[in-house]
Design a protein around this ligand. Sequence first.
Ligand code: FES
Length: 111
Amino acid sequence: MSKPERYVFVCVQSRPPGHPRGDCVAKGSIDLLRAFQNAFEARKLWGRFALTNCGCIGPCDLGPNVLVYPEGIMYTQVQVADIEAIIDEHLLGGVPVRRLYPAADVWSNDV
Ligand code: FES
């Protein structure tokens, strides 16, 4: 296996109904992960980039949340319609999608 250029982590944390933190699954992260997988398949991105599900990555109230490494860029409230921008602009183009950034007091993408 060659080292991927970037890793995309999609939070699929689930919690019991009524939990005070909520979770990304309740906000649609399973559909988001499936759509990412379909896009990776359709665009033949497997190998060059990695995509994986993960547990909670922090700001549950802002989910669905996505992290991209090695830059450590967090995207919040990501919708299926945002996937192409993340792929085209960030994964392929190397320029993160600033409109999907959380507030700086949540996670600072600019270091
Ligand atoms: S449940 Fe997804 S960030 Fe916490």
